[in-house]
Design a protein around this ligand. Sequence first.
Ligand SMILES: Nc1ncnc2c1ncn2[C@@H]1O[C@H](COP(=O)(O)OP(=O)(O)OP(=O)(O)O)[C@@H](O)[C@H]1O
Ligand SMILES: [Mg+2]
Length: 345
Amino acid sequence: MARGEIIRKLFQSFSHNEREGFYAAAMELIQEEKSKNHNLLARDLERILKNGYSKALPASNTLYGNYPEEPKDRETGLSLIDVKLFSLSWDDVILSKDNLEILQRVALENRKQEILEAYGLRPKSKLLFCGPPGCGKTLTSKVLSGVLGIPLAYINLTAVFSSYLGETATNLKKIFDYVENGEWVVLFDEFDAIARDRNTLNEHGEVKRLVNSLLQLIDASSSNSLFIAATNHESLLDNAIWRRFDEIIFFAKPDLKLRKKLLKCYLSRIRYSGINLGDFAAELEEATGADIERICIDTIKTVILRGDQELTHADLTAAVERYLERSRIIVSSGESPEAGACESV
Ligand SMILES: Nc1ncnc2c1ncn2[C@@H]1O[C@H](COP(=O)(O)OP(=O)(O)OP(=O)(O)O)[C@@H](O)[C@H]1O
Ligand SMILES: [Mg+2]
């Protein structure tokens, strides 16, 4: 079948929700790439099609976001895992050059894991994301789901750890039983949820034990997943734990250059001219990515509500002023990035 015809069939079967048709067309495309000796691409596509989707999901609902029912905490009924496939790319997150390089390398190793395995090597599969709130840890995990083409399995650690201690082990087992059935970007978000329960848990040395058993379960996992732990409280982790991650990535508050990029990115949907974003970036020294996003959305709303289409210097100045005032209130209330930090796990 001609390439154009295959692509048409792909689109048609996707929009008609015909899984079998989509699969058949995708396989034809892969065969065509093989016949052209594009073996790396063909293998990559095959891996995404067979492992990324069908391994993770039951046959009837592979492509349309219906995943096996997520396990729940027995006591609270809260879901222990949320699963979603993100269609984000590297353009959706603003990262330092170093972090971007490390992360793209991790993504490449995971995409080409079959080649590495042929040489007896394993891709990097355990990452620790740390750094202050609002600097892109969760967003980057979603981007990895997008670039790898596999769903993000978001683990709600608050739900896992809030129950009785015995129940926590059961919850971890339920999570790993689920994870073993597919290939995912598994995000253990808000590792500091452990810290919140430190008083009860630390009494019995439980926090350390729980983090250890979590890492052991990750090590023992036979799923080709990428595991990420994210925390704002990296000071809680002791040396033994740091060493067990393949990569440790610190998401710092953005520097001047990145703040300017963030402003440009979040203002891209509105017209503006004659505004020097560099000047505003310089004023936002302590701002996080989330702060800058909020400032931009605030400004865009002002313009829309005024019935205008173009942002003015005064609009952006007003939004930055509001942000700075808000920060002053937070600082004077005694809240700081260090608030809530506690002793080492
Ligand atoms: N580096 C960044 N690039 C682009 N957008 C960002 C960045 N950092 C933060 N944002 C914006 O702020 C939002 C919140 O960021 P995110 O949830 O990734 O922060 P986090 O580091 O996970 O914070 P927390 O520690 O509180 O969980 C993102 O969804 C995004 O809109
Ligand atoms: Mg987060």
